[in-house]
Write a protein that binds this ligand. Structure first.
Ligand code: ADP
Length: 357
């Protein structure tokens, strides 16, 4: 028996001549929460819709719970899609919204009602079953959308940007609520989002896509610690990783950063002399140091404080962003002595943008 609830092998999708999914290989463990993340147009909705059967794949294999599903119609795949909350039927009460799919499948009224009450108790909607969607808050509507999926007891939940309609505070709250519900139900979930924070905080396994390709997949912190290429490095983490063009020194042990003013660093690993690179360092990994042990000295361009953190932008070309988790008085024009843990430097090949092993 496979422990994978969903398996995609060599999946490709064309819209006419447009190659929307390129050789997708993905295994989704039973009980896991997988996020598909990437910029708009990268193919994440196409991938989700292909799982659901709303799109037919052009090549490859799709297996759900051990059975090949290519060509099987959506209603026979036993998956539930959760959309943004506005996909509720406005003229139906919460209970009717929940029981609609059951009633369509011939489940009796009393049985459907019993199931609605059971699910409503799980999602905190017990007192709202008689209300219409317009009489609910955004968060409550999202719970109805979730409940409507739960009541079908599907093999997996497919979420398509379900929180993008909600305001920032509610989004943070619903993130936790959806994840907690997933754990409570022992569900398998696939969640599409363009928001890397959402992906990082909710998922066990994050799949980063670009232009129809899976750029990298793995545990959230694996992607943060060891991004496979510059795209993933820049996409995961906020504020984004700083990138500086550089060249390995003649000794193969140092890195000469092409900054104005230029700076030389000790390389965390040997690199062929003269090799052209891009050096990455995250804003939160640059820290203030004493003059004596500074690895970098950079001129301050601007300073912003949120109270909890101080954001410094350097007056260099390219600009670097530094996040200091302390309240410090720094003024534009000052030279800032900085240090960092060498293991926090990321080296990428200049041409291929691939991480150096
Ligand atoms: P995402 O969800 O990551 O924003 P989509 O999966 O919706 O991206 O789209 C991926 C690419 O496929 C986009 O370039 C989009 O324009 C294209 N695309 C999506 N649906 C169709 C379609 N029905 N016909 C033609 N092209 C499509």
């Amino acid at each position: 028996m496979t422990t994978h609830q969903i398996e995609l092998a060599g999946v490709n999708k064309y819209y006419g001549a447009y190659h929307a999914l390129r050789d997708i290989n993905l295994k989704i463990r039973k009980g896991s929460f997988v996020a598909l993340v990437g910029p708009s147009g990268c193919g994440k909705s196409t991938l989700l819709r292909s799982l659901a059967g709303l799109e037919t794949i052009s090549a490859g294999d799709l297996v759900i719970a051990g059975a090949r599903m290519n060509g099987v119609p959506p209603r026979k795949r036993d998956l539930a899609m959760v959309f943004q909350s506005y996909a509720l039927y406005p003229h139906m009460t919460v209970e009717e919204n929940l029981t609609y799919s059951l009633r369509m499948r011939g489940v009796g009224k009393a049985e459907a009602r019993r199931k609605a009450e059971e699910v409503a108790a799980t999602t905190g909607l017990s007192n709202l079953l008689g209300r219409y969607p317009r009489e609910l808050s955004g968060g409550q509507r999202q719970r109805v959308a979730m409940s409507r999926a739960i009541i079908r007891n599907p093999k997996a939940f497919l979420f398509d940007e379900p929180l993008s309609n909600l305001d920032a505070a509610l989004r943070v709250h619903m993130r936790k609520e959806i994840r907690a519900l997933h754990d409570r139900l022992g569900a398998t979930s696939v969640y599409v989002t363009h928001d890397q924070i959402e992906a990082m905080t909710m998922a066990d396994h994050v799949v980063v896509m670009r232009q129809g390709v899976i750029e990298q997949q793995g545990a959230p912190l694996e992607l943060y610690d060891r991004p496979a290429n510059q795209f993933v490095a820049g996409f995961i983490g906020s504020p984004a990783m700083n990138f500086v063009p550089a060249r390995a020194g003649a000794d193969g042990q140092s890195l000469v950063l092409d900054l104005d003013p230029p700076q030389t660093l000790q390389s965390p690993k040997p690199v062929a002399a003269g090799r052209a690179l891009t050096v990455g360092i995250r804003p939160e990994h640059l820290q203030l140091s004493g003059e004596a042990d500074a690895a970098l000295r950079l001129p301050v361009g601007s300073v912003e404080s949120t109270g909890a953190a101080t954001y410094v932008t350097t007056a260099t070309q390219p600009e670097l962003v530094i996040v200091l988790n302390s309240r410090v008085t720094i003024r534009p024009g000052e030279m800032l002595p900085l240090h960092f843990d060498p293991s926090h430097l990321h080296l990428f090949d200049k041409e291929t943008q691939v991480r150096l092993a």
